[in-house]
Write a protein that binds this ligand. Structure first.
Ligand code: FAE
Length: 543
């Protein structure tokens, strides 16, 4: 009875939170909270007991658990709130017709697939705007990240995969795996709204023919495939297919946002966080530096930008507890920049180290003319080829869609390889740099090649050479969707994400993961953040 009541209250709280997000968007606020939707609210809250930087997975967990503990919390997010419809009546644009909403201050989109039949038909000119997807370029690696309230959850493929317990233990030898798999992974999956596709529907729908074809080719090679869970609502997707719901995953929407169907963080953790009444989000504000005041409180400098990217205000905030959730790039940059400027001199030497792209490599295979993959493809991947147990060459390859609306005979994959190479971030006059090399990427593509050479050989097929720009490029190993590391758990932090050298400073995002986790990472990031918050709220915030 009591549990039911709590559940009902939480749901009502979540609804209130979502309403706050909606109202703020409608009125064009840059601050979102249950109180901030009121017109008589005083100007910006400049100090709060807790501040969370960013609003991706790690940040959203921190915001919710702080809010539930009754701690007034401010979330600072450099991107916009994605909840107002553009002139076409939609919040987000799709991959076929990208406009200014697609990319973070670009004049042309930079999609992962550069070309089709070697033609420059994928990318489009757009006007600069705080769009939802960013591609951050380093010398030999570029990193895709989400920008906006919800971070990567706004642009990702929704694959909600729990890593193999043995590999998690290998990567995190100091973490109690029984507790992770018994408590924090289940908690994360429940909060994220993870669901699985109905196998019968999967076998019959035209929208996943591309996956069934890739599965057949894997089976012909003697390889194992596995369904992967998702935070895209498969009930909604079935209604899309039946023509009773507006198409989103079946309407070529994904990397520039989904208008429907996806349980992004603004629908789950962040809505619940706002529902506590203790959490306020400031949007379009980038935190640029961290220092410590004489009384031990944290002082943050931030720049508020407008939709042209111009800095319209420089702000200062202060707080007692500071949680960094800017993602692998954002958190590493902030810490290194603060050390460089002399405001955080006691950071551990390992800050910036332990970075990896989760072994990402994308590639396409050309199928036989009779092996059609279907003109209609869902944008949400639901299956992977699981060859991780192959100790000579461990690879987990997600079967990715290429939804063009035309038959193209392409089987596309995002391979996650067990690439042991790591790199280090540093901060200097040119900003953040990363010493990842082309030779380190070649380790990932070499592993992907070993697996897919076997698949091609078993099916008498070849690679596609036309998808990644230069004339004969097969393996796109120079970009990643999964930036991991830079502030590794147990190295730059203690075993719970407390930053070494400082008290009441925490990291809760993907920078804690040492470069590779073997599967798509957001469930792991969420579960680790749950573990950190459970510990910190008991041990560090007690009166
Ligand atoms: P993240 O979600 O990146 O959030 C960081 C937030 O902080 C962003 O909103 C930033 O704008 C903001 N920020 C950064 N610096 C600052 C600052 N200085 N001041 C204020 N705000 C700041 O962090 N993972 C999966 O598990 N499954 C998938 O299917 C999947 N598909 C993907 C597809 C794409 C196209 C992309 C780009 C990623 C995909 N990922 C997927 C990766 C996943 O989204 C990513 O690992 C998480 O979003 C990382 O979570 P964090 O909490 O580390």
């Amino acid at each position: 009875m009591a549990t039911k009541l709590i559940q009902r209250q939480l749901t009502r709280r979540q609804i209130l939170g979502m309403a706050a997000l909606q109202t703020a968007a409608t009125l064009g606020f840059t601050r979102v909270g249950l109180q901030s939707a009121r017109a008589d609210e005083p100007a910006a809250v400049e100090s709060a007991p807790a501040i969370v930087v960013g609003s991706g997975y790690g940040a959203s967990v921190a915001a919710l658990r702080l809010g539930q503990a009754g701690i007034r919390t401010l979330v600072l997010e450099m991107g916009r709130l994605w909840n107002t419809a553009g002139p076409d009546g939609k919040v987000f644009c799709n991959t076929a017709n990208p406009d200014q909403r697609s990319m973070w201050f670009r004049t042309r989109t930079e999609a992962p697939l550069a070309t089709f039949l070697w033609l420059d038909v994928v990318n489009k000119d757009v006007s600069p705007y705080p769009g939802v997807l960013d591609r951050v370029h380093f010398d030999h690696m570029s990193v895709f990240v989400g920008r906006g309230v919800g971070g990567g959850s706004l642009v990702n493929g929704s694959m909600a995969v729990t890593p193999l317990q043995s590999y998690f233990a290998e990567q995190f030898p100091t973490v109690d795996t029984a507790e992770m798999y018994g408590t924090y992974f289940p908690r994360a999956r429940a909060m994220l709204g993870v669901n699985t596709i109905d196998p019968a529907w999967f076998e019959s729908t035209e929208w996943y023919k591309f996956t069934r074809v890739s599965r057949k080719h894997a089976q012909n090679t003697g390889l194992k495939t596995t369904f992967v869970p998702s935070v895209y609502d498969f009930g909604y997707m079935q209604r899309e297919a039946a023509g009773t719901a507006t198409k989103s995953a079946l309407g070529q929407e994904v990397i520039y946002g989904n208008n429907f169907g996806k349980k992004s963080l603004d629908k789950t953790y962040l809505a619940s966080a706002l529902g506590t009444g203790n959490v306020t989000i400031h949007t379009m504000e980038k935190v640029t530096g961290i220092s410590r005041a004489g009384d031990g409180s944290w002082v943050l400098s931030a720049e508020r930008i407008d939709y042209s990217g111009a800095v319209v205000e420089t702000k200062q905030y202060s707080c007692t507890y500071l949680f960094l959730g800017g993602g692998s790039l954002g958190t590493s940059e902030l810490l290194l920049r603060s050390r460089q400027s002399g405001t955080l001199p006691a950071l551990d030497a390992s800050v910036g180290a332990g970075w990896g792209p989760n072994g990402n490599t994308m590639l396409g295979r050309a199928n036989h003319l009779w092996d059609t993959v279907g003109a209609n493809q869902s944008t949400m991947p639901v299956m992977g080829i699981d060859d991780w147990a192959n100790t000579d060459n461990p690879v987990f390859a997600e079967i990715a869609p290429l939804p063009t609306g035309l038959e193209h005979w392409v089987s596309l994959y995002l391979a996650i390889t067990k690439n042991p190479q790591r790199a280090r971030f540093s901060y200097g006059s040119g900003g953040l740099s990363l010493d990842w090399s082309g030779a380190q990427s070649a380790v990932s593509s070499g592993m992907a090649k070993k697996l897919f050479d076997r698949i091609n050989s078993a099916n008498s097929t070849i690679y596609r050479y036309d998808l990644f720009g230069s004339p004969s490029r097969v393996f796109a190993d120079d970009f990643t969707y999964h930036p991991l590391g830079g502030c590794v758990l147990g190295k730059a932090t203690d075993n719970y994400g407390r930053v070494k050298g400082y008290s009441r400073l925490y990291v809760t995002d993907g920078s804690l993961i040492p470069g590779n986790i073997g599967v798509n990472p957001f469930v792991t990031i969420t579960a680790l953040a749950e573990r950190t918050m459970a510990r910190v709220l008991v041990e560090d915030t007690a009166p």
